[in-house]
Design a protein around this ligand. Structure first.
Ligand SMILES: Cc1cc2nc3c(=O)[nH]c(=O)nc-3n(C[C@H](O)[C@H](O)[C@H](O)COP(=O)(O)OP(=O)(O)OC[C@H]3O[C@@H](n4cnc5c(N)ncnc54)[C@H](O)[C@@H]3O)c2cc1C
Length: 454
């Protein structure tokens, strides 16, 4: 069997196929496994787990199903969501059996109960690669990029791939099916521009292999596409994201009380909205640029552990800028000092009055949390834009992970799992459901490819 891509979905497919008795070749176009999965925040959405029970959290399949459908605004494929829910508990147990360590359970976007099971994504991906090797049946080939799907002679059945391995063209045929798990296409500006031109201004932060190869290979054989119009960036990334080594995270001081201003030092949005909507809003501003402006009171809420709130770390990295006075801060970041002062004073008057006449902000985040006046120096500015970290859409698949063509027929021999598939998320992604979907559907793809289900 052949797996394309060594991220989470590909490794899960490979492990399951090997455990079902197949010999697996996994092609990874970079020099190591990991993909976006290894860069991720490491939150996986499961419901009704022993960890939740131990923490007194009440959660179950029905709540999970409802949350996934609500996040997707009922436009996600019901059958795919049901499949996730039906398999999530077994997937969680399977990961634990493989040695996965979850450190905590967090409340995150779209959850009606805390269910983001947190892990260290780099360690986790190293473990999964080790488990795949440990089966003794998975041969991993690196610097090995699949380029085209190869149909069997005189049929439409997919039988292998044309690949480039260490620069050399090679055709690889598989006795069983081919599983595409090549990740998203956030780095493919032409594809992003084709589906959501307004998102093309986002900075990009994801795995180096997210070029959309998998989507395009399947598309070339007539695969349908789903959810492509719903691609959205995440607010709070520094405009220089990806330009320095190390891991980059968005910063969300707005959810601790900061305001957002554009290049004219004007507020332009209710800052408590979801970071996805803030992402859309910043793209409508000049140079797609905003500044999160806050005072020492907000700075005092800096976290040492939660990446989105590590303001002190951002300061040490030189990304968060500070000055003793608001005037000096404005000059430092190129804003008009008088305009910024007027904006802060107007905002503070709204906080005192308990009513934001300009944008209707009522809380720190989505209506929660008490707003605070900004008045205690030193002052801080975090230049921010929207960052595309994932595309969460792509080829049409059914619950058995068979790739479905534009006429609704399965493409024989071809399976897909992970970020490159569409239909599961619908309008929006619920936190933790992308890594969760890699495990759940990756496993199904591996088993079905071996069983020859398509
Ligand atoms: C910063 C960040 C934070 C995130 N946080 C979360 C989170 O907390 N929870 C969550 O659920 N989701 C999160 N996501 C999204 C999630 O990480 C991804 O959607 C998911 O990891 C995708 O997994 P995958 O296996 O489909 O793809 P990837 O992990 O990207 O793996 C695909 C692999 O395929 C390889 N490949 C590509 N083309 C080819 C080819 N032609 N031939 C061979 N190999 C190829 C790539 O190099 C890559 O290694 C986050 C993403 C980012 C970037």
């Amino acid at each position: 069997m052949l797996v394309i891509g060594g991220g989470l979905a590909g490794l899960c497919a490979a492990i399951e196929a090997a455990n079902a008795g197949a010999d697996v070749v996994l092609l990874e176009k970079l020099g190591e496994c990991g993909g976006s999965s290894a860069l991720s925040g490491g939150l996986l959405a499961f419901a009704g787990t022993d960890m939740q029970q131990a923490a007194g959290i009440s959660d179950n399949d029905t709540l999970l199903y409802d949350d996934l459908r609500r996040a997707g605004q009922q436009q996600n494929d019901e059958a795919l969501v049901r499949t996730y829910v039906a398999n999530q508990s077994a997937a969680y147990d399977w990961l634990k059996k493989l040695g996965t360590t979850f450190t905590s359970v967090e409340l995150a976007a779209g959850h009606s109960a805390p269910r983001a099971h947190s892990l260290r994504s780099q360690d986790f991906m190293a473990l999964m690669a080790q488990r795949a090797r440990g089966t003794g049946r998975v041969k991993m080939m690196f610097n090995a990029a699949a380029e085209r799907l190869l149909p069997a002679n005189d049929t439409a059945r997919v039988e292998g791939v044309a690949a480039r391995i260490d620069g050399k063209a090679v055709n690889i045929r598989a006795r069983r099916g081919v599983v595409l798990a090549a990740g998203g296409f956030a780095r493919n500006a032409a594809m992003v521009n084709l589906f959501v031109p307004h998102q093309a201004k986002c900075v990009v932060y994801c795995g180096a292999g997210c070029d959309g190869d998998g989507v395009r290979m399947a598309w070339a054989l007539g695969a349908g596409l789903r959810d492509v119009v719903h691609i959205k960036g995440t607010f709070g990334f520094h405009p220089d994201t990806g330009k320095t080594p190390g891991r980059d995270w968005s910063k969300h001081s707005v959810y601790r009380g900061a305001i957002l201003v554009n290049k004219h030092a004007q507020r332009y949005v209710d800052e408590s909205k979801s970071y996805k909507l803030l992402g859309d809003a910043v793209l409508t501003q000049a140079d797609a640029l905003a500044f999160q402006i806050f005072d020492q009171g907000v700075m005092d809420t800096s976290s040492d552990t939660a990446p989105l709130f590590k303001f002190k770390e951002a300061l040490a990295l030189g990304r968060l800028l500070t000055e003793p006075t608001l005037d000096a801060l404005a000059r430092r970041v190129g804003l008009d000092p008088a305009a910024l002062t007027a904006t802060i004073e107007r905002y503070n008057s709204f906080v005192r009055a308990g009513r934001d006449d300009d944008f209707g902000r009522t809380g720190l985040s989505s209506g929660y949390g008490k707003l605070v006046e900004l008045k205690r120096g030193p002052w801080y500015a975090y230049p921010s834009t929207s960052g595309l970290i994932a595309t969460y859409c792509g080829v049409t698949v059914d619950s058995e992970t068979r790739v479905i063509d534009v006429f609704g027929e399965p493409i024989a021999g071809l399976f897909a799992a992970g970020e490159m598939t569409g239909g599961f998320h619908g309008v929006a992604y619920m936190t933790g459901s992308s890594l969760g979907k890699c495990v759940i559907f990756g496993r199904i793809a591996g088993r079905n490819a071996v069983a020859g289900t398509a």
